[in-house]
Design a protein around this ligand. Structure first.
Ligand code: ADE
Length: 415
């Protein structure tokens, strides 16, 4: 076992955090019990590039209970919870991650995970898969498959698949209903506001809150910002989503207009260059800028630098930029995922479903021989996660009667 973490002495604190998370992840713990009995991953090496959080630690421990050997690094230089990484290391997991990695260190840590020759990979953003294909292709032969956690990663993998560049099978965990409808919406909604509030402690009521993108993440952020009393403005490029935002009661306008009136502007599109230099130059004095998309490409941070004559760190995760036009603009968490860099990521209850899908997807890969390419999560996995979550919430639902089942499968009954 090897590790590289910030401070192993933080392990006790991290262990308490992991215990807290596990107490709020009953679906994953239910799966863990089966794994303990059946050992479906016996001696299989699983390599992770996923935010090293207390919830991820619960997933790592579940896979280990199933017999897996695990090596893990983060998928973002700012998202590692150092106490959790220390706890994992002390518990015998190969972990290479700390908060504040340079880009070089980030890729070195990915290399350290790959040194373990993983047979199954778990990615959040596809950096591990990309490193394997571009730098360590000799590993592909020994890989049974991978799992991808996030929309951005799926988009990237589908582009690889289209170019015939994806050489092993990957399950699109993000695309499970029990993942994106909950994690992307309620998880991102809550954790993004959590990150903004921990960083700034500003009042949200009465603020103009601009959300770039009305996908599942953008919807969640908009819903929660509205709930806190902000006047929410949406920017979109997709006409259907824009229409949906209008009918959900939000103002919709192009970023060039929204940027002029936003007190807080957050991106969640998965695309680059959403808030650009020309937008930043038009922003109000005191505007707060944050990103909740996977990569730090949505806000033009170098454009912000070019527009500025001074940059000062004034609080943890808050940089104040003095623009040449005399106004101040505040950038949170260097434009990286604000919910993980300035807060603790999504709450455990929602990661319970995401990581239950991950655990079952890893088992599915171990049990099946899949063709290279991006694969949907089997419906049985999705349904099992939904059923288990309801059970653990003590919620009962109705069951179709025989007559109802027949009605649904017949086409002869009409008016
Ligand atoms: N992505 C968003 N929130 C997360 C969390 N709490 N743990 C791991 N990945 C996450």
């Amino acid at each position: 076992m090897t590790y590289n973490v910030k401070d192993i002495k933080l392990a006790k604190k991290g262990q308490k955090k992991i215990d807290w998370a596990e107490n709020h992840m009953p679906v994953l713990l239910n799966i863990r019990k089966d794994f303990e009995r059946e050992k479906p991953l016996k001696d299989i090496c699983v390599g992770f590039a996923l935010h090293v959080t207390k919830e991820t630690a619960a997933l790592v421990r579940t896979l280990r209970c199933g017999g897996a050997k695990v090596a893990i690094t983060s998928c973002n230089p700012l998202s590692t919870q150092d106490d959790v990484a220390a706890a994992l290391a002390e518990d015998g997991i190969n972990v290479y991650a700390w908060r504040g990695e340079t880009t070089e260190e980030y890729y070195e840590n990915i290399d350290r995970v790959l040194d373990h020759k993983p047979e199954i990979t778990i990615d959040d953003g596809a950096d591990l898969i990309f490193a394997i294909h571009s730098k360590r292709p000799e590993l592909i032969e020994g890989i049974r498959g991978g799992c991808e956690e996030t929309t951005t990663g799926i988009v990237r993998l589908r582009a690889m698949e289209k170019d015939n560049a994806l050489k092993y099978p990957v399950l699109a965990v993000n695309d499970a209903l029990t993942k994106y409808m909950f994690d992307n919406r309620y998880g991102t909604g809550q954790s993004t506001l959590d990150g903004i509030l921990r960083a700034t402690s500003v009042l949200l009521a009465g603020k103009v809150f601009v959300v770039g993108g009305y996908g599942w993440c953008g919807k969640g952020i908009a819903m929660r910002a509205k709930g806190m009393g902000s006047s929410v403005v949406i920017t979109e490029v997709d006409p259907t989503r824009a229409l949906e935002a209008v009918m959900d009661g939000f103002r919709v306008m192009p970023m060039r207009e929204a940027a002029k009136i936003g007190d807080i502007c957050v991106t969640a599109t998965g695309d680059a260059d959403v808030i650009r230099k020309e937008h930043i130059g038009e922003m109000k004095n005191g505007a707060i800028l944050a990103n909740s998309g996977h990569f730090n490409v949505e806000l033009d941070v170098s454009g912000l630098d070019e527009l500025s004559i001074d940059k000062t760190n004034i609080r943890e995760n808050v940089e104040r930029y003095k623009l040449k036009n005399g106004r101040y603009v505040y950038l949170l968490a260097e434009g990286r995922l604000v919910n993980l860099a300035a807060a603790e990521g999504h709450p455990s209850e929602v990661m319970d479903m995401s990581f239950a899908n991950q655990a079952l997807a890893v088992k599915y890969i171990a049990d099946h021989d899949l063709e290279p390419g991006v694969h949907e999560i089997p419906k049985e996995i999705d349904e099992r996660v939904a059923e288990l979550k309801l059970q653990t919430m003590n919620i009962e639902i109705d069951i179709l009667s025989e007559r109802q089942r027949e009605y649904l499968s017949s086409w002869k009954e009409g008016t």
